[in-house]
Design a protein around this ligand. Structure first.
Ligand code: NDP
Length: 253
């Protein structure tokens, strides 16, 4: 089978798997962080686990860019920078800043997230830099790129800001949980997830690709059910939890 025939097959299968993941995670909450529980096998300390999970994303994407026939086009370079800006933060900055880093992450979660990042990185990078149409300088003025990049930037800002609020709820070495306040926490329990979803919807638009759309769909599939689980956990753990706050979408869900 040639790569040109394999690629659409993989993308279709991948999107279907994203739908299965979304449905499954409404019933089974991924067992890490506050939802960690016994019976999920051996674990790694969270900081090590997060690096191992996320590192494949920037590495695979960058490696595929270096061998792509469109690597020199301005649109390719701009999209590479967007992707790497998120993943340099996620793989190299976030794991070291987080507090409660010793809390374990099961190896099964680490392997499945790393596998996701390899396949997702391949699907996005290979299409943008080799198999799909090249994105030349004109793409940088295209309304899709401008709107998508703006959404990506807003989502990233919301995401990093919410991460910082959560981090500051703990003193170094602490592992307990508190009720977050301020910014979008006034409206939702998980603005960090909301920001990440907005980012990858922006990416889907800015890249103008089905691979980007599949990634945005997967992100919703992972984070929407988890936001619901967090929200329920907050409500059952803190009797004075703000009643008007929603899980992830202000006023709606
Ligand atoms: P959480 O919001 O559960 O936790 C983020 C960090 O903040 C953790 O260190 C957590 O500690 C800490 N924290 C959270 N709430 C509180 C609180 N109330 N009091 C004190 N500390 C708190 O996010 P995840 O760990 O699930 O995910 C981390 C990032 O990865 C997120 O920003 C998310 O957007 C991204 N992600 C992306 C996915 C995707 O599909 N694109 C999938 C999964 C995550 P602790 O670990 O001890 O709970």
């Amino acid at each position: 089978m040639t790569e040109a025939a394999f690629y659409p097959w993989l993308l279709g299968t991948w999107a279907a798997l994203g739908a299965v993941t979304l449905a499954t995670l409404f019933f089974v909450t991924a067992p890490y962080g506050r939802h960690a529980r016994q019976g999920w096998g051996p674990s790694l300390p969270a900081a090590v686990g997060w690096i191992a999970m996320e590192l494949p994303a920037p590495l695979v994407f960058f490696a595929i860019w270096t061998v792509g026939r469109w690597r020199g086009l301005p649109g390719s370079v701009a999209l590479l920078l967007l992707w790497e800006s998120h993943y340099v933060y996620r793989a190299f900055v976030f794991p070291w800043l987080r507090r409660g880093a010793a809390r374990p992450v099961p190896l099964g979660i680490v392997f499945s997230a790393a596998f996701f990042n390899v396949v997702n990185g391949y699907l996005n990078a290979r299409w943008l830099f080799h198999l799909g149409p090249g994105r030349d300088a004109g793409w940088l003025g295209d309304p899709r790129f401008l709107l998508g990049a703006a959404l990506f930037a807003v989502g990233f800002a919301v995401h990093v800001n919410a991460d910082s609020t959560l981090r500051n709820l703990r003193a170094p070495g602490e592992t307990s949980y508190r009720v977050p306040h301020g910014g979008l926490f006034r409206w939702v329990s998980c603005p960090n997830y909301l920001g990440e979803i907005v980012e990858w919807i922006g990416w889907a638009i800015a890249s103008g690709s089905l691979a980007g759309a599949s990634f945005a769909f997967w992100t919703v599939g992972n984070l929407l059910p988890r936001a619901r689980s967090h929200h329920r956990w907050y409500r059952s753990t803190f009797p004075d939890y703000p009643r008007e706050r929603k899980a992830i979408l202000p006023l709606v869900f």
